[in-house]
Design a binder for this molecule. Structure first.
Ligand code: C5J
Length: 224
C-alpha cells in the first residue's frame, strides 16, 4: 500500500487490487473532423488528456496491472438504443445516422473506435457500453470481481458525463475510485472543474481526485 496525494485526503493505493479504467477515448469524441467537433465542440479540451493517459497507460502496462477500456456505442441495428437517447437534443444528426467517421456511436464504425494513441492491446478488455456509465448493461463488474479489483483509477472523457456516471456507479458497487485530473477532459472548462469537485466533495462522496504524477510516483516499486 502506498499513499497518493489526493483530494479530499491521501488515497491508500493498493496496486495489486487496482485497475486502470479508461473511459471512451473514442475518435468521434476526440479527433478533429469527428462528431464532437461537428457539434461545435472544442476537441482540444479533450485532446490534452491523450499524453497524460499514454504515460499512465505505459506505466500500468509495465507493471502488468489490469487495464480496461470502454467505448460508448450501440448495435448496428440500434436495438439497444433507447428512443429517448435517439431523439434527445433534437439534433439534425443523431446516434445511428451517417457522420463524418461512419455512423454515429455505432459499434464497428471508425469514429466509434479508440484513438490510436491509446489503442487497447491484445488481452486488455474493451467494454462496449450502451449508456453513460460503464457498469450499466455490461459485464464490467464481473470482470473486475474476477480480477480481484477493489480500486479503480478512472480516466477518459467526458469528466461530467461518462467519467462521473461511471465513478458513481463504481462507488455504489463498493469500489474506491481515484480520478487523475489531467487524464480526464470535458469540452466545457466549468464542467471539468465542477465534475472533479463533485467527486471529492463532502469527504470524498464519490472518490478521490489527484494528479497523475502522484499515481506514477506510487506505481514505482509496485508489482502484481
Ligand atoms: C461521454 C458523452 N463519453 N458525453 N459521452 O462522456 O456523451
Amino acid at each position: 500500500m502506498t499513499m497518493v496525494p489526493a483530494e479530499p485526503y491521501p488515497f491508500e493505493f493498493v496496486p495489486e487490487h487496482c485497475a486502470l479504467l479508461i473511459i471512451d477515448m473514442q475518435r468521434d469524441f476526440l479527433e478533429p473532423g469527428g462528431f464532437g467537433e461537428m457539434l461545435g465542440n472544442d476537441v482540444s479540451q479533450l485532446r490534452r488528456t491523450i499524453v497524460p493517459n499514454q504515460t499512465l497507460l505505459a506505466a500500468w502496462r509495465a507493471k502488468h496491472l489490469p487495464v480496461i477500456h470502454t467505448r460508448e456505442g450501440h448495435r448496428p441495428d440500434l436495438s439497444d438504443l433507447p428512443p429517448a437517447k435517439k431523439v434527445r437534443g433534437h439534433g439534425k444528426t443523431t446516434i445511428g445516422d451517417p457522420g463524418p467517421m461512419g455512423r454515429i456511436l455505432v459499434r464497428g464504425e471508425a469514429g466509434h473506435d479508440i484513438v490510436p494513441e491509446l489503442y487497447p492491446r491484445a488481452g486488455e478488455p474493451v467494454i462496449d457500453k450502451p449508456g453513460k456509465g460503464a457498469f450499466f448493461a455490461t459485464d464490467l463488474h464481473a470482470i473486475l470481481q474476477n480480477l480481484g479489483v477493489t480500486q479503480l483509477v478512472v480516466t477518459g472523457v467526458t469528466t461530467e458525463v461518462c467519467v462521473n456516471t461511471t465513478v458513481r456507479e463504481a462507488n455504489d458497487r463498493g469500489y474506491d475510485c481515484l480520478v487523475p485530473e489531467d487524464c480526464v477532459g470535458s469540452y466545457f472548462p466549468e464542467f471539468q472543474m465542477m465534475g472533479l469537485k463533485m467527486i471529492a466533495a463532502q469527504g470524498g462522496i464519490f472518490g478521490w481526485v489527484a494528479h497523475s504524477h502522484g499515481i506514477l510516483a506510487a506505481l514505482e516499486g509496485a508489482s502484481r
